[in-house]
Design a protein around this ligand. Structure first.
Ligand SMILES: *Cc1c(COP(=O)(O)O)cnc(C)c1O
Length: 242
């Protein structure tokens, strides 16, 4: 084996290439531009060698579920990585999260939205975020309820330091991709509803209405339904450490 090129590197390179090709195909099937889809490598409980290999192969955005795990990893990995938080955030971790992450996909309650806006202000930086929606109304899932969503989230349309760019969901697991597709369609409809409201529609520069949805087994249908960010873990990095 030549120096620098390990089997981890080669495996990651191939899986990344294959996922990018599938993103391209899914985008083209519905007349979308593949560049409009951001691949977020869901890297929780993956060892650093795999993250490094993925970065070396061209992956830039990594999504972590826990603040402390991300801090530990980021200290040993390239500075050019764009860290996103995709797991639930406790208020007492908001300051640390605002330092490390550019984007929080898991804004699941009003309090954390305001806390992050304030922390970003203190740090003099801009943060990006997605409002997580509890699509399936599941007791075990985080997120804003679908019922009354449009009214509930209106105050977040114009925060000073936290730019809410769109909606995110982790729908109930569906073996059937047709069922998964319906959940993704529902999130898109909610996004469309928001986009018509003056608070969002009339934002200076407009509102991107981004959609963070789709994981390893269903990211292609998510793209067909409008996903702008797909969070892919095991299909990219392999099985997670226990
Ligand atoms: C783990 C995780 C993913 C990726 O899951 P895979 O099925 O491994 O692709 C995506 N989103 C969130 C929020 C996760 O926690």
């Amino acid at each position: 084996m030549t120096a620098g090129a390990s089997s981890t590197d080669e495996a990651l390179r191939q899986r990344l290439a294959s996922i990018r090709a599938r993103i391209d195909d899914a985008s083209r099937r519905v007349g979308r531009t593949p560049e409009d889809v951001v691949l977020v490598g869901a890297s929780k409980r993956q060892d650093e060698a795999r993250l490094r290999s993925a970065f070396d192969a061209g992956l830039v955005v990594f999504g972590e579920n826990r603040v402390q795990e991300a801090i530990t990893k980021s200290a040993r990995l390239p500075i050019a990585i764009d860290w996103h938080l995709i797991g639930p955030l406790q208020s007492n971790k908001a300051k640390a999260a605002a330092r490390l992450f550019s984007t929080i996909h898991s804004l699941d309650r009003a309090k954390i939205v305001h806390t992050l806006d304030r922390e970003a202000g203190r740090l003099g930086r801009r943060l990006y975020g997605f409002l997580q929606v509890d699509l399936g109304d599941e007791a075990t899932k985080h997120g804003f309820a679908v019922d009354g969503l449009v009214e509930t989230v209106e105050p977040f349309a114009r925060l000073e330091h936290l730019d809410v760019v769109g909606l995110m969901a982790i729908p109930p697991y569906e073996e059937s991709l047709d069922e998964a597709r319906q959940w993704f369609g529902r999130l898109r409809s909610l996004r469309d509803e928001l986009a018509l409201r003056p608070a969002w529609r009339d934002r200076p520069g407009g509102w991107p209405g981004a959609l963070s949805m789709g994981m390893s087994h269903d990211f292609e249908v998510a793209i067909e339904e409008g996903a702008t960010h797909v969070r892919v873990g095991s299909a990219l990095f392999g099985p997670r450490l226990s």
